[in-house]
Design a protein around this ligand. Sequence first.
Ligand code: ZN
Ligand code: FE
Length: 237
Amino acid sequence: MLEIHTVLCRAGYMDNYSYILLDKETGTSAVVDPSENAPIIQKLQELGLHPDYILNTHHHFDHTDGNLELKELFGAQIAGNFNDAKRIPGIDIAITPGQSFKLGNSVAEIIDVSAHTQGHILYYFKKDKALFTGDTLFNLCIGGIFEGSEQQMFAALQKIKSLPDDVMFYPGHEYTMHGADFAFHYNNGNQQIRTYLEKAQNRLQQGLPVAPVSLGEEKQCNPYLEAKDFTSFCSLF
Ligand code: ZN
Ligand code: FE
């Protein structure tokens, strides 16, 4: 069983989410996309954890800035995409997309979603129904297409769409409100988007992350997942 703790980093300006993962059976732990170490180390201390691994979704600084310090402090091994090894600071474990990564007894499938960056990957813990989407999928919106094409982003989103509805996804930023207005209008203010936004606002008012949301809910409310073909996807930009 996988335990997941969300840590808000760069609060109020970039609103990154880093995640602390603990495989309960073996006590093996990891940090996904260490953005800013002060809040992460504080949470690790609270939990009494020394991370064994760092899992990077992509090379951007706001997802990898903590890599080297956590490696030095805890001897954590840094995992990332083999195809982007040159840009992942301190990489130790170069994973080929399509292969899997073992965090103790918890297994993540590594899915290539190059588009936001070339070499962006997802960590999909199939048994635990948890998907770490970095800067590819956010609540109600998606990441910018910086190094790929719209075609690649569309293909990446189809991969996510093909995963089961009861998988919960964990994005790299709190960007729900960035996508809220557009999603509301795109969905003509229907019941699904109203329910989604009510829940989201409730969470945010309590100072809680909107994530995780199920892929099932996201597929019904996120315009970029709803787009049925490439042409309608392109018309969203
Ligand atoms: Zn990024
Ligand atoms: Fe980012």
